[in-house]
Design a protein. Structure first.
Length: 471
């Protein structure tokens, strides 16, 4: 083989260096691309970088996308990496939220829309250089305003999300759960407020339709019911009070503009609404008939509630809170200690002596009624309709047992002040209502003895102990 000339050797050397340079350049490009992938940023054809994250398979049906993307609006890689950090962190939060609390995603959508509505109505809020209001930019960044993801959801769920994001407005009950949790501590109050908010939704379906005309329409609808089905004006006033508090809370949370007047304040209630219908006392025979029917069908829980109510005068919720831990011995007298969060300050924590008859009916050392008063009250209502000739009347209910106790105490000659202390009523006179320290325990014992003497069960059949799990 002929020897290479000096010129050939130089050319070979140059080609070797060129090949080595290309190899190094390839390695650098691949490494850079991998680093970009690790940082979840990619470069588009127009040179702009964008954040890009693959959504884990287990939450795609909730997030609604296989990938989350957002333009970083820069051609500088270092700037893109800085901008991508908080965006990726928020996406990671959405993924964790979707795994832990799927419905919270829907809540975020509604909140975002409410914020956008507020900003659109506020002339002081200006869009950015891209035409986005602050809340619109946040929504776009989250990816929740993209309609494509709805295709992956079941039709009913897709409609629910679509109604919130692109419907005519935000449903009135959208923030109801948050409001109830923040505003009311008692379960009964929360349940009542929830019922009225959901009912009002038929006439005020969205936050955008909160106005005086729709609020009045709700009241008018009540007057158009058959006379026997209409509620009392006092009941509708209470219902409107819950709605008024809800509207005020929405404004405090910046979910509804302050410019929206509160239409549930100062409503007029037509005379066509019923006057308030007071509860009437049940007779002992009526109580006995309902108790016997409950015993026949094996509802020992209801029997226990009835016995405790008729021998103490407690309210339904006060009975429901009783357990073996409520039993105390004070000055040698066995008593129930009423719950501390009773309806009134006068009711809370009061002592009620235990009738001797209850020792034959309830195992006081081993019972727990488990705060099931709502369920028991409904069963009582259904049973009294079947048992009593006029059981369909709203004026006869579980509270009528408390009326029976008050009536019996009066007929047995128990003074009104002692009876008031026993059942937890405020005294109306200045001397007893303001200055008195209350009846002595022995006076309350005398009232219970009079109540017990007046009416006794024909058969002292023992009720099965009721113990509820604390779990």
């Amino acid at each position: 083989m002929a020897e290479r000339t000096g010129l050939d050797a130089i050319a070979l050397k140059d080609r070797f260096i060129l090949a080595l340079f290309k190899k190094c350049a390839y390695i650098v490009c691949v490494t850079t691309a991998r680093m970009d992938s690790i940082m979840n940023i990619t470069r588009r054809a127009n040179g702009l970088y964008m954040a890009d994250l693959k959504v884990p398979a287990d939450v795609r049906h909730i997030i609604g996308k296989a990938r989350l993307t957002r333009s970083l609006k820069t051609r500088d890689k270092r700037t893109a990496q800085q901008e991508a950090g908080p965006i990726l962190a928020d996406w990671d939060r959405q993924i964790r939220l979707a795994r832990e609390q799927p419905d919270a995603i829907l809540e975020e959508m509604a909140i975002a829309k409410a914020r956008i509505n507020l900003e659109r109505a506020d002339p002081a809020v200006k869009p950015d250089e891209w035409g986005y209001l602050p809340s619109e930019a946040a929504l776009e960044a989250s990816g929740m305003d993209d309609t494509d993801w709805l295709r992956s959801l079941p039709p009913s769920q897709a409609n629910r999300y679509a109604d919130v994001m692109w419907g005519d407005g935000i449903p009135l009950p959208q923030f109801m759960s948050q409001f109830l949790e923040a505003h009311y501590s008692k379960h009964k109050t929360r349940t009542e407020a929830k019922r009225y908010i959901l009912e009002a939704t038929l006439h005020v379906p969205t936050l955008e339709l909160i106005n005086i005309e729709n609020a009045r329409g709700w009241i008018r609808a009540e007057t158009q019911k058959p006379a026997s089905e209409r509620r009392a004006a006092k009941t509708m006033q209470k219902a409107a009070g819950y709605l008024s508090e809800y509207v005020g809370w929405l404004q405090d949370q910046r979910l509804l503009s302050d410019s929206v007047g509160n239409p549930f304040k100062g409503l007029r209630y037509p005379k066509a609404l019923k006057a308030k219908e007071s509860y009437v006392p049940l007779s002992f025979d009526e109580i006995l008939a309902i108790r016997s029917a409950a015993k026949t069908i094996g509802d020992d829980e209801l029997v226990t509630f009835i016995d405790l109510a008729r021998l103490t005068g407690m309210r339904l919720a006060e009975v429901g809170a009783l357990s073996a831990e409520s039993v105390e011995t004070v000055d040698g007298v066995q008593c129930f200690r009423v719950k501390l969060d009773a309806k009134t300050a006068k009711s809370a924590g009061r002592l009620v002596p235990i009738a001797s008859e209850l020792n034959d009916l309830v195992d006081l050392k081993n019972f727990d009624l488990g705060r099931r008063e709502n369920a028991v009250g409904k069963r009582f209502g259904r049973l009294k309709k079947e048992v009593l000739p006029d059981g369909a009347k709203r004026s006869k209910c579980f509270h009528s047992i408390r009326k029976f106790v008050a009536t019996t105490l009066e007929r047995e000659g128990v003074s009104e002040g002692v009876a008031a202390d026993l059942v937890g009523h405020e005294k109306q006179t200045l001397t007893y209502g303001v200055y008195s320290g209350g009846s002595a325990l022995q006076q309350l014992v005398g009232a219970i003895d009079a109540l017990e003497r007046a009416y006794t069960l024909p058969n002292q059949d023992r009720v099965v102990s009721i113990v509820r799990s604390k779990a």
